[in-house]
Ligand binder design. Sequence first.
Ligand code: MG
Ligand code: MG
Length: 295
Amino acid sequence: MASLYEVVDRQISLDIGQRGSQSLYAAARASEPLCKSAAEGLVDALDSGQQVVLTTGFPVGPTASPETDGPLGTAVLAETLAALGADTRIVVDERTRPVVASLLAVLDGSSQLQTLPADGDGTALLEPEPAALIAVETPGRTADGSYRNMTGEDISAQVRPRDAPFEQAATDGILTVGIGDGGNEIGMGSISEAVADHIKHGETIGAVTPVDELVVAGVSNWGAYGVVCGLSLATGQQLLHTGETERRLLAAAVEAGAVDGVTGEPTESVDGIPAEVHAHVVDILRYYTTQHSDS
Ligand code: MG
Ligand code: MG
């Protein structure tokens, strides 16, 4: 029988948007399910220090609006880690900040929210130095040094780079986690060949920065929820939110200026998939983890 971690991995890696994420999932998978490996890495990191830093925010369209994929997963994962005793800090650009602030309000969250300085190479993420550094749906530098969206467009002017702290963290022995769905996010450097082979414009858009724990999902928010499920299973506590809360989070994100990353529209959808589907995915994930949790 498949473990519940395995079932969670299958759920989060469903490629509903048919963008090739299943091939990336297969490349990222070593032995353990991705949600198990990432969750266990985070539990270990929390044993060595309580600070965890998370970042997110992919600019969409000429206005560089933040997309709905990323902030929800980041806020839910941050609050989960806070519930497990971590001191969590979310660092984002000024366009993404109001979106994350609105999500933390819905979650009654305790995470600190910090704006990434406009100058610099993102080293604010390491000041002070955390035990773990997590990127959810965060633009990753490509081989030619540019940043690209899924259509191959150069969006470097809109991106505040955050690759350097992930490289530095690797040198310093800080756990790095990357969560993505398209191949152009921080962490996908761990599976560059698969991105080039299986993703449209993969050779151009593929991100080069690797991470210790890469979680590939059909939608990046689901990848973060998968890690929350992994943490639920690892600790025997139900840590995931509900489908009803997912709908409130998505409504709050759009109200605060987030848009769908696929359509560019300010609708309650993520990657072109409507809110009710995301709510169902969350409820299904919650059902799996309830079977082996206390509450
Ligand atoms: Mg993506
Ligand atoms: Mg996405």
